[in-house]
Design a protein around this ligand. Structure first.
Ligand SMILES: Nc1ncnc2c1ncn2[C@@H]1O[C@H](COP(=O)(O)OP(=O)(O)OP(=O)(O)O)[C@@H](O)[C@H]1O
Length: 256
């Protein structure tokens, strides 16, 4: 059977003389939300960059619908995969609407102006991220959290089948963290999200992949993965894991 969507097969990445990813495999179920967890420097961003075809693996393969992404075609891949990086910046004076409109570029022929479908996609993405009221504001004048939401809106306007997000909640207030993860987990698209907050991952992710030193040390549903022993092993922090009223694991860290 051909795997649908994006998948990593025993991917390794050598950077600066060291192995930053070591035989990592990931094959998210279509439409699922997958959290990538792990300490600083464990390889989360690198894995997302390899999945996004931003950087090639040193060994192993990344496939889209079973086909190697290097053979998939850049534009075809850009129509399917949207990426929200940890830091994005631009010196070009663009409005919020312009930035969100960039998500439509892979769908557009260079010589054609925005179609009704492009405009609908931008409108919906602004609404979904609560940025409609700021649509005409310069992107450079936004707060950190607002910029983050605009980058997410750009990715949503792309209408991808796969979303790769690197710590998308790190500038967001608690309400917007919940809203974003509610939104992502409710989308038909598959989302792979690097996260630091174990409780957000436990609440919103269908599956979790834990990296440590570039190696997958645990993978599966939050119930199976987020154990006190794993948290001690990976983060060297004592924790108590209980079950929340909603049925998700809940992690309480214990200062020793
Ligand atoms: N170009 C590079 N040259 C050398 N080492 C690199 C390079 N890029 C990344 N690394 C190293 O690769 C490791 C993994 O980095 P990566 O950014 O993937 O980690 P991360 O899990 O996303 O970390 P964080 O939680 O801090 O964002 C780090 O130790 C980093 O120093």
């Amino acid at each position: 059977m051909t795997a649908s969507g994006l998948a990593a097969h025993r991917v390794s990445k050598q950077l600066g003389g060291g192995l930053v990813l070591d035989g990592v495999s990931l094959s998210p179920a279509a439409g699922s939300t997958v959290g990538v967890l792990g300490p600083n420097g464990s390889g989360k961003s690198t894995l997302l960059r390899v999945l996004a075809n931003v950087t090639p693996p040193s060994s192993g393969r990344v496939t889209m619908d079973g086909q190697d992404i290097t053979e998939f075609g850049r534009k075809a891949l850009a129509r399917r995969v949207a990426v929200v990086e940890q830091h994005s910046d631009t010196q070009i004076p663009l409005t919020v609407r312009d930035v969100v409109g960039l998500g439509r570029v892979p769908h557009r022929r260079a010589w054609l102006s925005a179609s009704a479908e492009d405009e609908t996609a931008v409108h919906e993405a602004l609404e979904q991220t609560g940025m409609t009221a700021k649509a005409d504001q310069r992107w450079q004048t936004l707060s950190g959290g607002e910029r983050q939401r605009v980058q997410i809106a750009r990715a949503l306007a792309q209408r991808p089948s796969e979303l790769l997000l690197d710590e998308p909640t790190n500038h967001l207030d608690v309400q917007h963290q919940f809203e974003l993860l509610d939104l992502l987990s409710g989308l038909p698209a598959t989302s792979v999200i690097a996260l630091h907050d174990l409780n957000l991952a436990a609440t919103y992710c269908d599956d979790i992949l834990v990296l440590d030193g570039g190696v997958v040390v645990a993978a599966g549903p939050p119930d199976d993965v987020l154990t006190e022993s794993l948290i001690m092993q990976v983060y060297n922090v004592k924790a108590e894991v209980t079950t929340s009223p909603e049925g998700h694991p809940h992690v309480r860290f214990i200062r020793s």
